[in-house]
Design a protein around this ligand. Sequence first.
Ligand code: HEM
Length: 470
Amino acid sequence: LRCMLGRRSVPCLPRVPVLGSLLHLRSSLPPHLLLTQLSHRYGPLFGLYSGPHFTLVVSEIGLVREVLLQRGREFAGRPKMVTTDVLTQGGKDIAFADYSPLWKSHRRLVHNSFTLFGEGSGKLHTIVQEAADDLCEELQSCRGQSSDLSPVLMRAVTNVICRLVFSSSYQRNDPELLTVMDYNDGIVQTIARGGLIDIFPWLRIFPNKDLKKLKQCVSVRDQLLHRKLLEHKMTLKPGEPRDLLDALLIGQMKGSGGEDDITEDHVLMTAAEAFGAGVETTSTTLLWTIAFLLHHPQVQERVHSELDECVGQARAPSLSDRSHLPLLDAVLCEVMRIRPVSPVLIPHVAMQDTSLGGHSVPKGTRVLVNMWAIHHDPKHWDEPEQFSPERFLDSSGRRVTPSSFLPFGAGPRVCVGESLARIELFLFASRLLQRFHFSVPPRASLPELQGRFGVVLQPQSYSVTVTPRH
Ligand code: HEM
């Protein structure tokens, strides 16, 4: 089947009234693999109907660059969905808000605030190093017992975001930290099951357990953040932002009072999104890193040697070591290539009539960027299924970045937390690998590397033995 786009047509999945192409999308495969399989049959640009919504699926780097970069602004819209509307008070966040002058100034403010505490300021550096130290103490106390690292990594990353956003730093069992982790988990689980209600919003009229749970979690989240917001407002010193909430509040107060100004609700939703977008992604990437190192012990050994040579044991690795640790950096890149935690990004929407690959694209068309397919395209990667950090090193061992590598997206909708995430990944991974050796527990099998698709692409849970190195 083909769909007409202007005077030319693109291959299209068959469809029936109401359901669209959904019957052809039923599969045991997770979405990124199903869409990749379909792209082998239908080509790098094909159409489908997600219920009533016409959607283009893009699986070739030239077309992806056109969507994200060359025509980035034209494709910078987001679809309206029931679950994300509940999550973000109808789009008062960054990730799910449509492109508009208000969104642009909001995003700029968030970006500037991250920069204020990120690279160069030392604040994030200290926060992550301290969290990494706590994490190491906790692992040290396990004394070589094997365990699933997922909860401890999640807690470490949550703690970083709590300190960055509202300056609270928590002990391991602090009830407030447990509340944050609990509602976050509830949100992640229910959003991951969102599915049909986002395609057919009228399903909302029927009782829906997941939607009810989502609303409960969001309400607990908003009460907590609201309390933090009030505390911050009462103690705010305009020239001295202590954390992200302060920086956002100061930015909000500077507004001219016009309709393109962000409101206090936008501040609240941004703080919430730092958790929603920043915790699961970063901790899962760390989990993938350890899973791949268990499969490739010789790579782990080489990373250990690189760390011993460049940093030693007497001090913690710092960001200034990054350029001297090309192998570790390459390992992190290879992990994000082979298992991108966001394999189909967040859906984009054409905000006006535009074009793609020479085809006319009408306003309102949804676009799914299949980054998984890009990161596994044999035209651009030798043996794409192989884990090989060397792809990111040149012949003299210096770090290089191939152009088909976009784990954070690109253009106007590129991940706003990219530099923050990279700082966290580097500081956590370098500290963990400086101090510990990770191995498969006796009689256990290697971690499953296929991954399961929820809000992010995660490894199946696995156990690991953590042994202090020195
Ligand atoms: C968007 C990846 C960590 C905040 C995105 C997108 C990707 C991504 C692929 C979608 C881009 C698109 O739709 O075109 C990642 C990865 C991370 C990570 C791989 C860690 C390993 C973070 C962190 C934060 C963050 C730590 C903030 C604390 C956001 C936000 C958006 C976003 C707000 C929405 C941007 C927009 O729609 O304009 N991220 N992210 N992310 N990310 Fe991240």
